[in-house]
Design a protein around this ligand. Structure first.
Ligand code: FEO
Length: 399
């Protein structure tokens, strides 16, 4: 809990979950997360913006009590995903006179996901305002940041932009912040890569919208409140751009060190050419597949190239690389070069399978490099040539 505005009219009443490690059964969260909700007290009316994850129902209720929310007139739903709307029935029971304020798209998705009717709803459109007495919320739908229904709300005169999932971070350890520290930047970039990156083109419009609104504070649905929004907006501008840096990320699986020998050779040659290399070992530990796939996607925010390296298992790719390929492909990567290295012993269609599940890699596709079992000296020479091909493309800018 805490005051978000200097006039104490906006209070954070959401919940932290420092123990949660997995979101959507997909995203690893080493620092937990928060489900931000905000109580906005106008001179005449009080609004609650979002209502946290169902697992944190009691925390939300306790915080509302501590914030003196004896009456709530409006429950503003900026997004229908359960981590922000899952307590809607509890809130309606607690505040039966409250009207739900949301867009038509939120209404549709609340019906689908919560079977919630529209009897108590007021539908708002872009530019509509909700007068609370001495302050008002103006609504801006931001479709596909990251669902079709995400909505931002701009509170004036406090000049606070409630940005829904946009600009968020899965990080329960950071408080309201002025200058982002390295940990929060990392969490915000990781969140961007796994949640917002597929929608870069749309996000660019919303960053421009945030620029135009020039908020004094950005209050997202996850993570810290930004008291100096310029920094997170600058970071988003770089993350959504088409620019890449001289970096190659190598997700790999090696059962008996054949692939390990190959990726070490590839990495060494790339580094000798001045290229930054990041290796993501998908098979190191039982948890590596999920965590390192997340790191691979993090890398792809600015990596020029990705090289999937994997052995053949029962005629196809090792399933771990298939998971990483499918998951990273879903993120609509801007990576400019896609390569593959694959070992096999008697038969392999493995590279065809990985190629087929990566249609969203739109850049240059290198011919896959195959070798039998443990790479021979000739194979290693071919791998060094593969590295040179990648380095030449990056260093000459012919991407
Ligand atoms: Fe944080 Fe899309 O929910």
């Amino acid at each position: 809990m805490g005051f978000i505005s200097q006039d104490r009219s906006v209070i954070a009443v959401g919940a932290k979950d420092s123990q949660r490690r997995l979101f959507d059964c997909l995203v690893y969260m080493p620092h937990g997360t928060t489900y931000n909700s905000y109580l906005v007290k106008g001179d005449q009316f009080t609004a609650l913006i979002d209502c946290a994850d169902p697992a944190e129902s009691q925390t939300l209720i306790d915080h509302l009590g501590q914030a003196g929310a004896g009456r709530i007139d409006y429950i503003v739903l900026l997004h229908s995903e359960q981590d922000h709307s899952g307590n809607i029935l509890a809130m309606m029971a607690l505040y039966p006179m409250a009207r739900i304020i949301c867009t038509e798209k939120v209404r549709q998705l609340m019906e689908i996901h919560h079977h919630l009717g529209d009897e108590n709803m007021t539908i708002v459109k872009e530019g509509d305002s909700l007068d609370l007495g001495g302050m008002s919320l103006t609504f801006y739908p931001v479709p596909f940041a990251h669902w079709p229904d995400n909505t931002m709300a701009h509170l004036m005169p406090q000049n606070i932009l409630f940005s829904s999932d946009l600009f968020g971070a899965h990080n329960s350890e950071e408080e309201e912040t002025g200058d982002l520290d390295a940990s929060l930047v990392r969490s915000a970039r990781s969140y961007f890569s796994e949640i917002m990156m597929p929608f870069r083109k749309s996000i660019a419009k919303y960053v421009a919208l945030a620029d135009r609104l020039a908020p004094a504070v950005i209050a997202p649905a996850h993570g810290a409140v930004y008291n100096k929004p310029a920094r997170i907006l600058d970071l988003y501008r770089s993350w959504i751009s088409d620019d890449v840096i001289g970096k190659v990320t190598i997700p790999f699986v090696s059962m008996h060190d054949s692939i390990r020998t190959a990726v070490d050779c590839l990495a060494s040659q790339l580094e000798q050419r001045g290229i930054e290399v990041v290796m993501r070992n998908l098979g190191k530990e039982p948890s590596s597949l999920l965590i390192e796939t997340g790191e691979l996607i993090y890398d792809m925010v600015d990596a020029a190239a990705v090289v999937f390296a994997f052995p053949t298992v029962i005629g196809g790719p090792h399933p771990a690389i298939a998971y990483a390929a499918i998951t990273s492909n879903a993120m609509m990567p801007k990576t400019k070069i896609l390569g593959m290295m694959c070992s096999y012993a008697w038969a392999s269609k493995a590279v065809d399978t990985v190629g087929a599940v990566t249609p969203n890699f739109k850049g240059q596709r290198l011919e896959p490099l195959l070798f039998k079992g443990l790479p021979t000296e000739d194979d290693l020479a071919r791998i060094r040539g593969y590295a040179d091909l990648i380095a030449d493309s990056i260093l000459t800018g012919s991407l």
